[in-house]
Design a binder for this molecule. Structure first.
Ligand code: OOG
Ligand code: NI
Length: 405
């Protein structure tokens, strides 16, 4: 029997192919990669060639069965669903999970992951529009018979050893690219796109196309403040704020920023028009916080909001809000606020942050999207749709800290 490709290597090959595809679809994303490479070099990071490679991407699917299909595909690539993100509180009608490698070898071989959101169509207020959108999604089939066959073959093999032989692994990558590619031709007339967009821009993005196009990729930078400052000079419109904790001596969690989504020409079923969804993002990661550290972080965010609402300048408000989280590795360890390995090295945060994710969504949805709170989503419902348990990220950090992997 032909030897099977390691799922971690399959994921690495997939993320490289996806990056090449996205660069050709969105040339400005290639410019962002160049900028990040320059910044990482200036920050002394030339030793690691893979430093600026993509750490994550994002897709949005329309139905539970679409989510189940991508979950099976990602499983073959060694990615498991981790965590539950309910974005309804920030007025974004999705709930999400992150498909990612979960052990030290997987993360080291290829850290690529996919933030995956399921549209919550039930949040469309107009019942007629909701039914129309549901019908369109119900009639859409993602994936080809070849993809189904490859998944079935990989899943049968997984009982024994896991994975696919090289030729089938290559075919799977081709199928995955087909699934996540951009379609310049929308499946609906311009008027329906406009109505869906008015309900929520995300609804239009999910419903009007043949598949869940990748909407951004995200390389890692060593200096996100420098990258943010350098974006405008290369023709990118950076989002107004870096999401996440302020700059610190000991980085924690995740900081992110993006260039704002581009208005792109599309052909609707009846007329030419534009659609705004795709962008490029950068991220910088730090230590994973324990549940105690995380609750301090969440409190800090609440304090920050309150201070800003009181009219306090952002820099000052950040200092006040975040002073409860010591900017010192020894103090973080002593107070049990971050995860550390036996050798004293912090465990890197590998997940996402709901408030930051909402900020990324919002800055790329344009001025039409309002941010009023919507009815909360249900972890159990998303889990049922994924068809696999959503893993608990804290348990994974604990295992990494104690060397259980
Ligand atoms: C996902 C936005 C969230 C992140 O990095 O927090 C995200 C989306 O726009 O589909 O990717
Ligand atoms: Ni992202």
């Amino acid at each position: 029997m032909a030897p099977l490709v390691d799922p971690d290597l399959l994921r690495g090959a997939f993320s490289e192919a996806l990056s090449a595809m996205y660069r050709s679809e969105v040339p400005l994303y290639g410019t962002l990669l160049e900028l990040v490479a320059d910044i990482n070099r200036a920050a002394g990071g030339e030793a690691d060639r893979r430093l600026g490679s993509e750490r994550h991407g994002a897709i949005r699917v329309g139905t539970a069965s679409e989510l189940a299909l991508v979950a099976r595909l990602f499983a073959v690539m060694g990615m498991r669903p981790v965590g539950y993100y309910d974005l309804a509180g920030a007025g974004v009608p999705v709930h999400s999970t992150a498909f990612r490698p979960i052990d030290a070898k997987g993360l080291a071989t290829s850290p690529f992951r996919v933030f995956t959101s399921l549209l919550r169509l039930e949040l469309i207020a107009d019942p007629g529009l909701r039914d129309e959108a549901a019908e369109i999604l119900a009639a859409r089939t993602l994936g080809t018979p070849r993809l189904e066959a490859l998944l079935a073959q990989a899943e049968a093999g997984a009982e024994a050893e896991g994975g696919l032989p090289a030729a089938q692994a290559e075919a799977l990558i081709e199928e995955a690219l087909g699934l996540f590619r951009w379609h310049e031709t929308a499946t609906v007339p311009a008027s329906l796109h406009a109505r869906l967009r008015a309900a929520h821009p995300l609804v239009a993005d999910v419903v009007c196309f043949r598949g869940p196009h990748i909407n951004h990729l995200t390389p890692r930078t060593l200096d996100i403040d420098a990258a943010q400052a350098a974006m405008a000079a290369r023709g990118m419109k950076p989002k107004a704020q870096i999401e996440g904790p302020p700059r610190r001596a000991v980085p924690i969690l995740l900081r992110q920023t993006s260039f704002q989504a581009l208005s792109e020409r599309v052909s609707f079923a009846d007329a030419p028009g534009t659609h705004t969804a795709r962008f490029g993002e950068i991220e910088q990661r730090g230590a994973a916080l324990t549940p105690r550290g995380r609750s301090l972080y969440d409190q800090a965010l609440a304090t920050l909001q309150a201070e800003l609402a009181d009219g306090r300048p952002r820099a000052e408000a950040e200092t006040i809000a975040f002073r409860a989280i010591p900017d010192d590795a020894a103090a973080l360890a002593e107070q049990g606020l971050a995860f550390f390995r036996g050798d004293g090295a912090p465990v890197l945060y590998e997940d996402f942050l709901p408030v930051s994710a909402a900020g990324i969504f919002r800055s790329n949805l344009g001025p039409d999207a309002d941010s009023r709170t919507m009815a909360p989503g249900s972890r159990a419902a998303l889990e049922a749709a994924v068809g696999m348990p959503l893993l608990d990220e804290m348990a994974l950090y604990e295992a990494e800290a104690t060397g259980a992997f």
